[in-house]
Write a protein that binds this ligand. Structure first.
Ligand code: NAP
Length: 528
């Protein structure tokens, strides 16, 4: 079973002792004493530290990483060997030594062999992890690198490489899986796109994955905190059968979708995990990533939310692979949801692309007004803006039969959209005189930090007009605030955001989404 290992990076043994306790309370299943972080030590302080580490309850790794491989140790090599010996003799379960040092130093090999009783596993006092770190990139020949390490007389092999793209992480998972079938293995990618390996290594049988004690205390780039690993990414629930989902975009680091979907999985006890997936801007990167995940046995990628800049790429990919595309998504020219469904007895899976943005918006509007889609089709709706969100909503409204007027700052864009979906373009300056049953703001006006702005003068609002602002930060925009005071029915952008996630969730899981929990997650995030 893959364990959650927290690197202990205090600068003094006293700090390390305190951190060990914090790690144990946070749920660490293993600790790595990063002795290279110690500014000073002596025999007594090391013994005291090791004494405390032994009481921690899980296994203990002692590491003293040199700078060439991402550590802090710049001191004397003999002193480093003494540190290893002290740690090993005082009860460390594992000693982590870099493969390059192992090859280079016969003295170190000699001493570590004695310490770990290598070649005679029955007497093994402490185990050897042979590790290799590439701080620049993830080499193409990962299997060969793992095999090379496996040829050495060690107990565990470890590869940690910088992921340049998310596809590097998919390759690492593949290589980890193969190596773990032969020898206990640690395989991970560093950097933002390495998150896939850090969370999913449990699906592929790694000995451990690292998680920092807290945010800001990472011992390597891209490490997630133990709190996030357990509460956001559902560490305890992950196993080989876990189905994988995620948000593909660039950037994705601040996406709220992982928090929403993982909380929803947790609420209905669904064996799934949802991750941020940063994929470079071009179509090839998008296609390589999906291809890599689909061909990696055991990955179980079942669906993705797809955001800027890949909404068109999703249509292209699903079309090229003979999947099903929702007709309205095709008409909009953008999809935000990928579905991957296994087919019984066939080696190929079935792909689907749909657009839940327009669906989420129309559902929010219907809920806010208190009507169904049929009734919505009888209303006059004014849409402010002619960008991507407006396009999806106008297409959805047109599909329902609503009479739509578009107001946009750049008149030519309003006209082009109106021509395409058979509606009317109106001059932007006339928006304060609009006559409609509902008005939808699809511009970014009023969005944080310029929350004092509003796209409509309050005199344009009458209580017979329902007002829907797609802007969700802040939750109550100035437009919505003024509309509420005028007695209008109001719909906020969070409702749209949550509804599009609900539609994705229900399509992927076939289960009813815990809507209230999903909304709470979004509002809590926005409020903080
Ligand atoms: P977009 O494609 O860039 O379009 C932006 C629109 O806003 C354009 O029509 C633009 O007019 C107009 N605009 C921007 N600044 C303006 C200003 N100062 N005065 C007048 N018009 C202005 O963006 P988008 O993807 O459609 O997103 C629009 C908004 O939707 C976002 O800001 C976001 O708050 C919201 N949104 C909500 C959700 C949700 O789930 N609730 C999801 C995504 C986005 P021009 O054509 O003249 O430039």
């Amino acid at each position: 079973m893959t364990r959650l290992c927290v690197p202990i990076t205090g600068e003094t043994s006293r700090q390390m002792i305190a951190d060990i306790e914090t790690a144990a309370n946070a749920g660490a299943e293993m600790i790595e004493l990063r002795l290279d972080y110690l500014s000073e030590w002596n025999n007594d302080s090391m013994k005291e530290l090791m004494n405390k580490a032994r009481q921690f309850g899980g296994e203990v790794i002692a590491t003293c990483r040199i700078t060439d491989e991402g550590g802090n140790y710049k001191g004397d090599e003999n002193e480093r060997i003494t540190l290893f010996e002290l740690a090993g003799q005082s009860g460390a379960d594992y000693i982590d030594v870099e493969y390059e040092t192992w090859k280079r130093s016969s003295e170190l090999r000699e001493k570590i062999r004695a310490l770990c009783s290598l070649y005679d596993s029955s007497r093994s006092a402490c185990k050897l992890i042979l590790s290799k770190h590439n701080l620049e990139s993830t080499p193409t020949d990962l299997n060969a690198l793992f095999s090379e390490l496996t040829l050495e007389p060690c107990h565990v092999v470890k590869l940690a490489c910088k992921a340049r793209t998310i596809t590097d992480s998919v390759r690492m998972l593949e290589a980890l899986k193969q190596s773990a079938a032969i020898r206990p293995t640690i395989g991970l990618c560093m950097g933002e796109t390495g998150i896939l390996t850090r969370v999913l290594s449990k699906k592929f049988g790694a000995l451990l994955t690292f998680a920092s004690l807290e945010s800001g205390r990472e011992s390597a780039p891209g490490q997630i905190s133990i709190e996030q690993m357990r509460s956001l990414y559902r560490w305890e629930a992950i196993n080989a059968e876990t189905l994988v989902y995620g948000v593909i975009g660039c950037p994705v680091a601040h996406s709220m979708s992982p928090a929403i979907h993982n909380a929803a999985f947790e609420a209905i006890d669904y064996n799934g995990v949802y991750l941020p997936m940063r994929v470079e801007h071009d179509y090839e990167s998008f296609a390589d990533f999906i291809d890599g995940c689909r061909s990696l046995e055991g990955m179980n990628l079942r669906g993705c939310s797809v955001t800027i800049p890949h909404k068109k790429h999703l249509l292209q990919y699903v079309e090229q692979h003979g999947g099903d595309i929702e007709p309205l998504a095709l008409r909009i020219g953008a999809a935000n949801t990928l579905c991957i469904e296994p087919t019984d007895g066939e080696s190929v899976d079935r792909l689907g692309a749909l657009n839940t943005d327009y669906r989420g918006a129309l559902d929010a509007l219907c809920e806010g007004i208190g009507c169904d889609r049929k009734r919505l089709g009888k209303l006059n709706v004014a849409v402010l803006g002619a960008g991507g969100v407006s396009r999806a909503i106008v297409a959805g409204l047109h599909d329902c039969g609503s009479k739509v007027s578009i107001y946009n700052r750049t008149a030519s864009k309003a006209q082009a959209l109106a021509d395409e979906f058979d509606c009317t373009a109106r001059p932007w300056q006339e928006r304060d005189n609009l006559q409609a049953n509902a008005v939808i703001n699809c511009t970014s006006i009023g969005m944080w930090p310029k929350t004092e702005n509003t796209p409509l003068h309050s005199r344009a609002l009458s209580k017979r007009t329902a007002v829907f602002d797609t802007v969700y930060n802040p939750i109550e925009t100035r437009l919505l605030h003024e509309a509420r005071r005028q007695g209008c029915k109001t719909v906020d952008g969070v409702a749209m955001f949550v509804n599009q996630a609900v539609a994705q969730f229900e399509r992927w899981t076939g289960r009813k989404a815990p809507v209230e929990i999903m909304r709470q997650v979004v509002t809590a995030r926005l409020s903080s």
